[in-house]
Design a protein around this ligand. Sequence first.
Ligand code: SAM
Ligand code: SF4
Ligand code: SF4
Length: 358
Amino acid sequence: MHADSSPTTSPAPASFDGRPGLLDTRGRALRDLRISVTDRCNFRCTYCMPAEVFGRDFAFLPHAEVLTYEEIERLAAIAVELGVQKLRITGGEPLVRKALPDLIEMLAALRTPGGDPVDLTLTTNASALRPLAAPLADAGLNRITVSLDSLDDATFRRMNGVDFPVTRVLDGIDAAREAGLAPIKVNMVVKRGENEDSIVPMARWARDEGLVLRYIEYMDVGTTNGWRLDDVVSAADIVAAIDVEMPLEPVDPNYRGEVAGRWRYRDGSGEIGVIASVTQPFCGDCTRARLSADGKLYTCLFSAHGTDLRGPLRAGASDTDLRSILEGVWSTRTDRYSELRTSATSHLPRIEMFAVGG
Ligand code: SAM
Ligand code: SF4
Ligand code: SF4
């Protein structure tokens, strides 16, 4: 799946986090499944789907190639049997897919082998959240993450590539809060020269609003965003910028595999997260698999190839057959791209972010 071909030298440990479940060659459990429900999006964020590349004539997946909700539910149920505890709906922009609450209702009914419900969450640009927040919450969505890169309208309009006003995203966040989706997390990708000025204002706003803000280092996902290491604002620089104005101290992770480094305000007024996938890779604890809208399973955000599940699914494979495909893929997984990243690796072929959903 991935550029790493180095041999595994030590035997994998018997358990990752004290719970039973499938382990990969590096002893990492399968705990999270990110499900992309569409590759389409109404935004053209400069770091994800630059408008120059994804123009009017760009060919997105035809409808027939996208998994149906029934197909998604069947694969998710098998993943949950194998140890997945958290399902995240993503895209493209997941809210552009019709009748999304129907899928949420189906997934909310899944139970882990221990009989617990799964943690069900969704990542969205929130442009269409106002009318959907309540139906999604009613259908069983537990939490939501909203992507927002600046509160400054001009900066936000430029970064989303379609001149979308920030007030409508803020209104979407209000709708999520009114619907009881809590805690609300906010993801901010920081890109040098585009929105560093927004780091501190976003921190202040999120703290005042009681939102969990997570800064994300700009990543070399996909092949179209023209990524350069110079455009990455490091987690250390992000934390330092905030610390000057609002002093911070580190916090221990909530659980093994948590990707965001946690920092809290020394005055007890809240905390932030920083996802430092470029400067402090966390592949050793990566428990995520990704299902693309057309039914391919990817075990790394930077994979060039996925394993087709839609083909077998539509050819009549049994749950046992599908389960053994998933087990085979995860148990042979070697991925650790971020640990191996160099300026040369950013030119390797790989899946686009909007196709696997981050
Ligand atoms: N459209 C939805 C949204 O934007 O929230 C869901 C899909 S989007 C691909 C998921 C997340 O990936 C977003 O939070 C986005 O900011 C992040 N993302 C996209 N491209 C990125 C990049 N080059 N580096 C870091 N994060 C990126
Ligand atoms: Fe669309 Fe999300 Fe990518 Fe922005 S980050 S272009 S909203 S999929
Ligand atoms: Fe996981 Fe990212 Fe490392 Fe791939 S590069 S193994 S997705 S942490």
